[in-house]
Design a protein around this ligand. Structure first.
Ligand code: PMV
Length: 340
């Protein structure tokens, strides 16, 4: 049988046989894109139509422990997940690639340090932590680039969750995706802040995967997206290097609203934003007219994330008292890679 495209990626990056796994634990942070990944040129490989750029959420993320076991088991946030659950099937299909066709049962214990009430998606940190834990457990000694390619196959945005700080995922050109991976940007910005304004903590109605594919397939506005998103990504990277916060903020907010506009024009329309999300935006825009330098970005969900600088934290908290504020650079910068 011809191997599928996903299998081919793992066959290129891993030897035919890996040694039996040992217990291993890994952490990966969640990330918020300032310039979004929206639209794939290859669905099974999660190859994007445009580059994207994110900031990681410090200690908010996923910790995953793998241990050799008698049979495959998955415990997520303290609850056992049935092997027939689509989430477990997707996770173990990914794990299978490291088992290299051998029967090596594993228990996976995964915990999000992101408060569930924040309503943030966790597939990015989840697949990144799983990739790092698999690399340690099987002692595969993959490079950062290889880890990012593998995490990307699990979930596109996971390719960016292997580092703290600002991370850029270049779209790449090749059909096999070997040039589509993320890398950390050497930019330190200790006063950079993120606030999560939660308007809805329930499970979203459409996964980002489905929403993205539906928009690409049906939205007449989508054709304008990839080129604009590529430009936004470059502008944001330049503005981050120059520490030009106004340009970072204006570009990130326009990029997010542009992405949501492509969804609204999809047929049928897709809207992750709720009236409460728009109310947050109205409040923010009014405050900005009064001089506050804070900006919004929204993903495949109703919650609004704000970016601002430390000096404006009191004003942001006054406007949005329930917001959770994150200092993405107040963490140890290195994420552990190798087996202990
Ligand atoms: O990695 P996925 O399939 O969950 O897609 C993420 C899509 C967005 O969050 C909307 C944008 C992004 O770049 O993270």
């Amino acid at each position: 049988m011809k191997p599928d495209a996903t299998q081919t990626v793992f066959d290129k990056l891993l030897p035919d046989v890996l040694q039996a796994p040992v217990s291993a634990t890994a952490f990966a942070p969640s990330n918020i894109a300032l310039s979004k990944y929206w639209g794939k040129r290859d669905k099974p490989l999660n190859l994007p139509l445009n580059s994207s750029l994110s900031v990681s959420l410090g200690n908010w993320g996923t910790t995953t422990t793998l241990s050799p076991a008698d049979q495959d088991t998955l415990v997520f946030n303290g609850k056992t997940v049935s092997g027939t659950d689509p989430f477990a099937i997707r996770l173990f299909a990914f794990v299978n690639h490291f088992r290299r066709r051998q029967s090596l049962p594993l228990s996976i214990e995964s915990r999000n340090t992101i408060p569930t009430a924040a309503g943030l998606a966790s597939s990015a940190s989840g697949f990144a932590a799983l990739t790092l834990a698999l690399n340690k457990a099987f002692q595969a000694q993959l490079t950062d680039t290889e880890l990012s390619i593998i995490a990307r196959v699990g979930s596109g945005s996971a390719s960016r969750s292997l580092w703290h700080g600002f991370v850029r995922w270049d779209r790449g050109e090749s059909g096999d995706g070997m040039d589509s991976f993320a890398r950390p940007l050497a930019i330190n910005w200790p006063s950079f802040r993120i606030a999560i304004v939660t308007v809805d903590s329930s499970q979203k109605s459409h996964s980002s995967r489905d929403g993205m594919n539906h928009t690409v397939a049906t939205s007449p506005l989508f054709s304008a997206w990839p080129a604009q998103a590529e430009k936004d990504c470059d502008s944001i990277e330049r503005a981050l290097i120059e520490q030009d916060f106004a340009t970072v903020g204006h570009t990130a907010e326009s990029n997010a609203l542009g992405m949501h506009a492509t969804m609204q024009a999809a047929r049928p329309a897709l809207s992750y934003l709720k009236p409460e999300s728009w109310a947050v935006l109205e409040t923010l825009w009014q405050a900005r007219r009064n001089g506050l330098l804070a900006f919004a970005t929204m993903d495949a969900g109703a919650n609004v994330k704000l970016i601002y600088l430390e000096k404006d934290e009191t004003s942001v908290k006054a406007l949005f008292p329930t917001a959770t504020c994150i200092a993405p650079f107040s963490v140890e910068r290195a994420i552990e890679r190798a087996a202990d």
